[in-house]
Design a protein around this ligand. Structure first.
Ligand SMILES: Nc1ncnc2c1ncn2[C@@H]1O[C@H](COP(=O)(O)OP(=O)(O)OP(=O)(O)O)[C@@H](O)[C@H]1O
Ligand SMILES: *[C@@H]1O[C@H](CO)[C@@H](O)[C@H](O)[C@H]1NC(C)=O
Ligand SMILES: *[C@@H]1O[C@H](CO)[C@@H](O)[C@H](O)[C@H]1NC(C)=O
Ligand SMILES: *[C@@H]1O[C@H](CO)[C@@H](O)[C@H](O)[C@H]1NC(C)=O
Ligand SMILES: *[C@@H]1O[C@H](CO)[C@@H](O)[C@H](O)[C@H]1NC(C)=O
Ligand SMILES: *[C@@H]1O[C@H](CO)[C@@H](O)[C@H](O)[C@H]1NC(C)=O
Ligand SMILES: *[C@@H]1O[C@H](CO)[C@@H](O)[C@H](O)[C@H]1NC(C)=O
Ligand SMILES: [Mg+2]
Length: 425
């Protein structure tokens, strides 16, 4: 009743004059006001967002400056790509956003968005394991079938529960999905009373890891650019802090290497193995878990990681260390890139400078003390696309992490390479 009276008084006063202000329902207003008043030529709005499976409604006022361009403001549009996550409705009468007829509706979620736990479990229990395709530090990787589709199943032993949990947690970070990040399907723990198996189900890529691929196949220049660009895109998505409800925290990988990158059937790559990743806490610019400062694969560790002088209180340091590892991967790709049919044989980075299973001390001597980096064959200077790759590599290898390029810069440089006529990609 009080609200109605208020409305009447406001409505009366505000329509005086040539421009009109509105009274709108509000649940986000200062002091818990249940109404707000727009500027002249403002609008009432209702916004609905899906967050953690719940629908959250927001009611309020838009002022004139929020309603650009006039007559067709962006703020009042539904972004079709995100229609399952956010919808909005603007209206132009007093308290019109209280009216159910003006309520926006979310589109149903697309089939591949973050699956509820129960569905994940159901999927995992319908998978038939077929053959083992790899063994890593934390468990075995199997090829499996789920309803006529191939999936990959990484099986952790119960001793590795923390790795399993962490990897599943990182994969389920909101808005992480990206075509250059391995697609997560489900996590499940199967317990038969005496034995627990921890499963992580992801997309299966029959071409396997980039390491295996480069060891057995060559790439041409367009293939090289596709590999490099897609990996840089995946890493830059991982690294990006996207604010807001559609946002994601920045994530650093900490174990980037050619074995942890998979080759998709169309010749692009995706980044896998997120079990050692750390997330950015943007409020105090720290990482979300206590990082043990030296994890990952010794061969690919940045100098500051080997020396244990990385500033673990500053999230950018972890991104800089990833970029260093990315540079080594670019070098591996470069060796297998053919020009006129020729290329180098496959080699792991630093293979000629350290023993086959190098210790931290072996790596430190070469990378930190002698400051050596993988050798650039002369051949690479003879083709513009390879010259660009060399420049990028060198700028990922700086001893000082702050001097290194960002993944986003690398991605952009490779994107512009793709559009260059003179390179004939
Ligand atoms: N989704 C997948 N599709 C196809 N093959 C995969 C997939 N995931 C992993 N593999 C294969 O399984 C192998 C083992 O992977 P895993 O991550 O367990 O170990 P790794 O990367 O070789 O070593 P590390 O333990 O150091 O990460 C990979 O090298 C790759 O060949
Ligand atoms: C409601 O908003 C008005 C201004 O719009 C403000 O002056 C008033 O203090 C608010 N009321 C409360 C209870 O905060
Ligand atoms: C549980 O699984 C393990 C490993 O597959 C097996 O060795 C064991 O016999 C099983 N136990 C029971 C009670 O089924
Ligand atoms: C490349 O593949 C061959 C044959 O499968 C294998 O013997 C070799 O170890 C691989 N190369 C490296 C660097 O691991
Ligand atoms: C590769 O496939 C993805 C879908 O998985 C698609 O979005 C992308 O454009 C393709 N890229 C190329 C270069 O064909
Ligand atoms: C910030 O750091 C403190 C102490 O290190 C921690 O307790 C807190 O959870 C962190 N995150 C936020 C969002 O404050
Ligand atoms: C790296 O460079 C920055 C900026 O030039 C400097 O502040 C920092 O001390 C350097 N770090 C190391 C480890 O040399
Ligand atoms: Mg791996």
């Amino acid at each position: 009743m009080a609200e109605k009276l208020l409305l009447f008084v406001f409505g009366f006063c505000l329509t005086l004059g040539s421009v009109r202000a509105l009274v709108c329902k509000c649940n986000v207003c200062q002091g818990g006001n249940l109404t707000c008043i727009t500027d002249p030529e403002g609008a009432c709005y209702t916004n609905v967002q899906r967050r953690d499976g719940r629908e959250i409604y927001e009611y309020g006022c838009f002022g004139e400056e929020q309603l650009q361009p006039k007559g067709n403001p962006f703020r009042c549009h539904i972004n079709q790509k995100r229609a399952h996550l956010e919808a909005i409705m603007c209206c132009y009468e007093n308290m019109c956003n209280r009216d159910l007829a003006n309520e926006p509706h979310l589109a149903p979620p697309p089939p591949d968005e973050g699956l509820p736990l129960l569905v994940q479990r159901t999927i995992a229990r319908q998978i038939q394991l077929q053959e083992i395709i790899g063994k890593g530090r934390f468990g075995e990787v199997w090829k499996g079938r789920w309803r006529c589709e191939n999936v990959a199943v990484k099986i952790f032993s119960s001793r590795e529960e923390r790795s399993w949990f962490r990897e599943a947690e990182i994969y389920q970070t909101v808005m992480l999905r990206h075509e250059n990040i391995l697609g997560f399907i489900a996590a499940d723990n199967k317990d038969n009373g005496t034995w627990t198996q921890l499963w992580l189900v992801t997309d299966y890529h029959e071409k396997g890891s980039l390491f295996d691929y480069l060891n057995h196949s060559k790439v041409d220049i367009p293939g090289m650019v596709k590999f490099a660009f897609s990996i840089a895109s995946g890493l830059s998505h991982l690294h990006m802090d996207i604010m807001g409800t559609q946002g994601k925290p920045a994530i650093a990988h900490r174990d980037l290497k050619s074995k942890n990158i998979l080759v998709k059937s169309n010749g692009t790559c995706c980044i896998a193995d997120l079990g050692l990743a750390v997330k950015h806490d943007p409020i105090n610019d720290t990482v979300d878990i206590a990082p043990n400062n030296r994890v990952g694969t010794k061969r690919y560790m940045a100098p500051e990681v080997l020396d244990e002088i990385i500033n673990i209180n500053h999230f950018d340091s972890f991104k800089q260390a990833d970029v260093y590892s990315l540079g080594l991967v670019l070098w591996e790709i470069g060796r297998r890139t053919t020009v006129g049919g020729l290329c180098e044989e496959y080699k792991l980075p630093y293979i000629d400078m350290v023993p086959s299973d190098p210790s931290v001390e072996d790596m430190k001597k070469v990378v930190c003390c002698e400051r050596r980096r993988p050798e650039i064959p002369n051949r690479w200077h003879s083709h513009e696309a390879l010259r660009v790759l060399v420049r990028l590599m060198k700028e990922t290898w700086f001893h000082n992490g702050t001097a290194r390029l960002t993944a986003l810069r690398i991605k952009k440089t490779l994107a512009s390479l793709m559009t260059r006529e003179d390179i004939k990609i």
